[in-house]
Ligand binder design. Structure first.
Ligand code: GTP
Ligand code: MG
Length: 201
């Protein structure tokens, strides 16, 4: 793969059992284990990909969702470029816990500008028939809490898994682009004679 690769750290957060490890393993090894064990601390796997012409090495950090492992996972939040807030569509409590996960991440990752931090929300296990959270309800939560992208996935039948990780990269690149744009401090409107000197953010 030619061209310098950008290393991005993406972290998966969410209740125990929603499918974080399964999503990571499906994406990196294309395997699914119906008897997956609970994660105890954190694990990470790398995968190279190309998104919109940019070469990226994605370092995916998978965390233990169970409350008893909180002290083991929180030290690893710092330095994440994107956070995948994950719930399971057949587990209403995991959906209702999304804002706790977001707060936990912002606190322990010491996010300076939470308004502009790239979060992506994943509703996993959409292969299961008994849903407890509708697509509309999840989309509404994402809209109200930061206009976050929302994707519905299944690690079991490999629905939208690659798309979800690609979206995480796109969100980081979009924030980076916006920052670069703002660093310029000036927006030059090529279509009008006057030059607007205001910064854009
Ligand atoms: N039907 C279905 N089952 C899934 C899916 N993703 C994960 N599972 C199952 O759900 C259970 C929990 O999956 P994990 O990937 O271990 O969940 P986790 O979020 O990593 O859980 P913790 O490590 O405890 O935080 C396992 O039995 C998986 O096989 C999915 O998309 N569909
Ligand atoms: Mg796990």
């Amino acid at each position: 793969m030619s061209g310098k690769s950008l290393l991005l750290k993406v972290i998966l957060l969410g209740d125990g059992g929603v499918g974080k490890s399964s999503l990571m393993n499906r994406y990196v090894t294309n395997k699914f284990d119906s008897q997956a064990f609970h994660t105890i601390g954190v694990e990470f796997l790398n995968r190279d990909l190309e998104v919109d012409g940019r070469f990226v090495t994605l370092q995916i950090w998978d965390t233990a969702g169970q409350e008893r492992f909180k002290s083991l996972r929180t030290p690893f939040y710092r330095g994440a470029d994107c956070c995948l807030l994950t719930f399971s569509v057949d587990d209403r409590q995991s959906f209702e816990n999304l804002s706790n996960w977001q707060k936990e991440f912002v606190y322990y990752a010491d996010v300076k500008d939470p308004e502009h931090f790239p979060f992506v929300v994943l509703g996993n296990k959409i292969d299961k028939l008994e849903r407890q959270v509708s697509t509309e309800e999840a989309q509404a939560w994402c809209m109200e809490n930061g206009n976050y992208p929302y994707l519905e996935t299944s690690a079991k039948d490999d629905t939208n898994v690659a798309v979800a990780f690609e979206e995480a990269v796109r969100q980081v690149l979009a924030v980076e682009e916006q920052l670069e744009h703002c660093m310029l401090g000036h927006t030059i409107d090529l279509h009008s004679s006057s030059k607007s000197g205001s910064s854009c953010c």
